[in-house]
Design a protein around this ligand. Structure first.
Ligand code: 5GP
Length: 191
């Protein structure tokens, strides 16, 4: 998506060869106009799929997922990071290794909000090694729901997540795919 790529080039900060910071429009300050346009792209990509729920993971996916859910007219559920070691039997859970923080979180979704009737679109801000999506897919599977696909704002194509998930048959739609980036030479996109 050209508008998004231009914004990433203008405002994104390549922290090192692995981390891209987009705090001025996605991860800290939120550009609501831009996010509503990103949501429209996700809507157009998945509008034939009859989804009835959007799922994301707290916290940074919530804003764009909320705009997307509004366009589909469906609820947004976000997986919560659980602080408790004891997981109640009323939730589905999965372990997710965090790329940016380097730790592993147990994430949970209440059984009340996901079930076998659901057709789920997963939305997230970034795709790197694919751990967040694997965890969310595990939760969808545990609920007996149907994983329709994922919508990602920024995929870092030089990291293995996207290829691994697509090779496993998952539909992954990314609005911008970074082919390479470094602090000196900037950001190159895949088309
Ligand atoms: P994965 O689970 O695919 O390895 O990483 C995706 C998750 O890590 C996303 O939910 C996102 O929050 C975070 N993440 C991964 N890479 C980046 C990055 O370059 N910048 C930011 N801001 N977040 C990232």
């Amino acid at each position: 998506m050209e508008l998004l790529e231009k914004r990433i080039v203008k405002d994104g900060k390549v922290v090192d060869r692995d981390i891209l910071k987009v705090d001025s429009f996605l991860n800290h300050q939120i550009d609501v106009e831009l996010l509503s346009l990103l949501a429209e792209e996700f809507y157009n990509l998945y509008k034939e799929s009859n989804i009835n729920k959007v799922l994301t993971i707290e916290a940074s996916g919530i804003a764009v997922a909320a705009f997307t859910a509004k366009l589909f007219g469906v609820p947004l559920v976000f997986a919560k990071k659980s602080k408790s070691a004891n997981i109640s039997e009323n939730v589905y859970s999965a372990d997710v290794h965090s790329f940016t923080h380097g730790n592993t979180n147990k994430v949970i979704v209440s059984k009340e909000f996901l079930n076998s009737c659901d057709k789920v679109l997963v939305i997230d801000d970034f795709l790197a090694n694919g751990q967040a999506l694997i965890g969310l897919k595990e939760i969808v599977d545990k609920a007996g729901a149907e994983f329709i696909g994922a919508g990602i704002v920024v995929e870092k194509g030089f990291q293995p997540g996207g290829k691994m998930l697509r090779d496993n048959g998952m539909r992954i739609e990314s609005l911008a795919i970074v082919k390479s980036m470094d602090p000196e030479n900037g950001i190159v996109f895949e088309h």
